[in-house]
Ligand binder design. Sequence first.
Ligand code: FAD
Length: 386
Amino acid sequence: MGDELPRTADVLVIGAGIVGCSVAFHLAASGAGAVLVVDREDAVGRGSTGACAGGFRQQFTSEVNIHLSRASIPMILRFTEEHGIPVDVSQDGYLFLVRDDAAWAGFRSAVELQRSLGVEVEVLEPEAAGALLPGIDTRGLVGATFGPKDGIADPAALTQGYATLARRAGVTFALDTSVTAIEVDAAGAVTGVRTSRGPVAASAVVLAAGAWSGALAATAGVEVPVEPVPRVVVTTGAFPRVPARRTLVIDAASSFYFHREGNGVLMGMGGRDVTTFDTTVDERFVHDALVPRAVTVFPPLAEAGIRSRWAGLYEMTPDRNPIVGPGPVDGLWIAAGFSGHGFQHGPIVGKVIAELVTGAAPSVDVSPLSLSRFGTGDLAREGHVV
Ligand SMILES: Cc1cc2nc3c(=O)[nH]c(=O)nc-3n(C[C@H](O)[C@H](O)[C@H](O)COP(=O)(O)OP(=O)(O)OC[C@H]3O[C@@H](n4cnc5c(N)ncnc54)[C@H](O)[C@@H]3O)c2cc1C
């Protein structure tokens, strides 16, 4: 806790995950005045960001997600060079394995969209996928898509990196401090927040509280449809035929994925989407679903032992796209509900929110991500959610 909590801020950011830290840095860099980041944890990046697998890719089905990736990935790749803070990055690609004809048609049309937007993506025969990552079971594969410019970066390093840059630019971080309500006056404008350490006045509040954003928005009378859905990650020890490259491989049918991590692999899989904040690892799911699928997709994993496991929260919206932009209340800005893609989109979304708050033209058109889309019933669901 340490320092006294400032009683006023020009912009107050709720949440110090990758999104809040990027927002804070970009606000400070664009001269937004006194910026205060509030997080209830004792360190930055302890929410979903701390559980994240670190993947980034341009292989999405929604145009806006592809635009976000094309703007955000260069920010991740160039972070060390631009800011002098080391972030571990590898660009060994993402490989989607597809096993049925209907899904394959969807992947082919996604590839067309991706290519039309300038994405480098290859369509591979099963044998070529097997040659790319020896050990994959190619039986029953219809085809694969490979994005050679996709990759993996260290989420903790990038988040700490943005927090460090933000602090250097004058941002204050109030950790161990819970926001209990966003306050709105009778005219319908944000006036600040209430916290576990007292009130803070601010005419602009950025809601970047990840899976917890819905409850906070409700205190301002705003409905933000973000639901917590746990996802498990498992790492293994060393095993014979561990992949030589760090390509992130995804079995599209099951959403099982893995990539080399150290001398083993890191792997995970979507399951039944249960809405809960409980992040206890479901051991039955690990042993009865994830491990058997892992061995089917990549048989060398039969000789791997589990080294560690944890679970974190996806922050799901109804259409699996984030909510980015102004709220319906004056002075409220929302950057939440990334549905499992917030690590890779955090850098650019932080920049875009700073641009919107300071009245500059946004680097990416985020109008398709407005909160108001949920009132229209006209939702285009992101299809490539792992
Ligand atoms: C297992 C797993 C794997 C993933 N893999 C990937 C991946 O490969 N690539 C990718 O792009 N994304 C991935 N994601 C998704 C990614 O982690 C999230 O989308 C991203 O971290 C969201 O960042 P955020 O800053 O919005 O939220 P968070 O990191 O959750 O930050 C929100 C912060 O708000 C704080 N907070 C909440 N309520 C309050 C309150 N009342 N008062 C004060 N503070 C509060 C929390 O403490 C937290 O620090 C993965 C997620 C999981 C769980």
